[in-house]
Design a binder for this molecule. Structure first.
Ligand SMILES: *Cc1c(COP(=O)(O)O)cnc(C)c1O
Length: 406
């Protein structure tokens, strides 16, 4: 797969108002017009390059959107105030009362709760299916289905969606494939594999500093303009607008995304391999033992590796909690939700980020109590990290001690 996303990003060269090497930050909620006629035309959506009101668009948000469109290889992109702001706007834009969604059953807890609970208000139903079975996805499609929804690498079980096959299916039924690519920026390019709409929570890897929430919808120019329509655009009317200061800050962080993704992947691959060798139940797409290993190798942009997220099942919630507390004490990272930070983050998804999913359904999808999700950080010496982590596990009898293994 030839993707030059990082090169496209690098080639985006801006000049600030005074020749600055970063674009100037727009510090206004509203914009003047020299003529009243232009203001009217802008409301009608006819004036390219004119700004009206920041909830509609702002120069800073457009710059960031442009960078994200370059990242995903789409015509356009609209940034939002959170990943959920992007997801909900897309769904509300595409679905009417009585419509239907076919979604992967292993998705972000918030997205799951929105589809399962919130959309009831509009009588929009979702069929949650095993996304790795194209047959199951096709069987769930009805004449009311308005989209196929999935995550490229699913949260938290790290299943790999066959975006190529799903997009062929979506085209067969004339509906869009919507992909949340939050776990795998740069390493997977869903639009290039046929997805029509690509969503990110920028909060995670793309921003990478865990200091704000933000999101983006990448798609065609038509769809992005429709989201911004003053009369019926879900982006414009639901009001999830990213602040310009934050947009500018995220754009600067994006400049190092390629370096960070390679390091996250390198470190996660090292730990996954070593802990698997030690006999732990490790799930990581870069391991041959991973169910989707062959599939991701077929879909990915290899230079960025298999990503920064792995899970380890330590057997019970008690052990998981004890290990996370100890690792935090040993300065290996933080017991915190979210991902993509420069320090390692760990949490037990069953009681945190996926707690919206009822226990019985968690079991059915293979989400067990002892599961810890790791977002591996940018540690300089990952072997040192491995040794400290191992010591923590030995202390808690998760791993038998080196002495007794000899
Ligand atoms: C965090 C996350 C979201 C939600 O994003 P926010 O920025 O927190 O609103 C959506 N999808 C995935 C896969 C996520 O990890």
């Amino acid at each position: 797969m030839d993707t030059k996303a990082a090169d496209n990003l690098q080639d985006l060269q801006y000049f600030g108002e005074y020749g600055g090497v970063n674009p100037s930050i727009s510090d206004s909620s509203t914009y003047t017009f020299l003529s009243a006629k232009t203001m009217f035309d802008t409301f009608e959506g006819n004036t390219e390059g004119c700004y009206l009101y920041t909830r509609h668009s702002s120069p800073s948000n457009l710059y960031l959107g442009e960078a994200l469109a370059a990242l995903e290889g789409t015509e356009s992109a609209n940034v939002t105030a959170s990943g959920m702001g992007a997801i909900t706007a897309v769904i509300m834009q595409l679905c009417n009362t009585g419509d239907h969604i076919v979604s992967s059953r292993t998705i972000y807890g918030g997205t799951y709760a929105f589809m399962k609970n919130f959309l009831k208000k509009f009588n929009i139903k979702t069929s949650f299916v095993d996304i790795t079975s194209i047959e199951a996805v096709e069987n769930a499609i009805t004449p009311k289905t308005k989209m196929i929804y999935c995550e490229s690498v699913s949260n938290p079980l790290l299943e790999i969606a066959d975006i190529k096959a799903l997009s062929v299916l979506a085209k067969k039924y004339g509906i869009p494939l919507v992909v949340d690519n939050t776990f795998s920026p740069l390493s997977i390019s869903p639009a290039k594999l046929g997805a029509e709409i690509v969503i990110h929570s920028l909060t995670k890897f793309i921003n990478g500093t865990s200091d704000c929430v933000a999101g983006v919808v990448c798609g065609t120019t038509d769809f992005c303009l429709a989201l911004k329509d003053v009369n019926d655009g879900a982006g414009m009317l639901l009001g999830s607008t990213l602040d310009s200061l934050r947009a500018a800050s995220i754009l600067k962080n994006m400049r190092t995304l390629h370096i960070r993704m390679k390091k996250h992947s390198e470190n996660a691959q090292y730990l996954a391999q070593n802990f698997e060798k030690d006999g732990l139940k490790v799930v990581y797409p870069g391991l041959k033992s991973h169910k989707g290993h062959g599939k991701i190798k077929e879909l990915m942009n290899h230079e960025y590796g298999f990503g920064g997220i792995m899970t380890i099942n330590v057997g019970s919630l008690e052990k998981a909690n004890a290990l996370m507390e100890l690792m935090q004490k040993k300065k290996l990272g933080y017991l915190a939700v979210s991902l993509g930070f420069y320090k390692t983050l760990f949490s037990a998804p069953g009681t945190s980020t996926s707690s919206e999913i009822p226990l019985e359904e968690q079991k059915e999808m293979g989400l067990s109590d002892g599961l810890i999700r790791f977002s591996i950080g940018l540690d300089n010496d990952i072997h040192r990290t491995y040794e400290i982590m191992r010591d923590c596990m030995e202390q808690l009898n998760i791993l038998s001690s080196k002495a007794s293994m000899v």
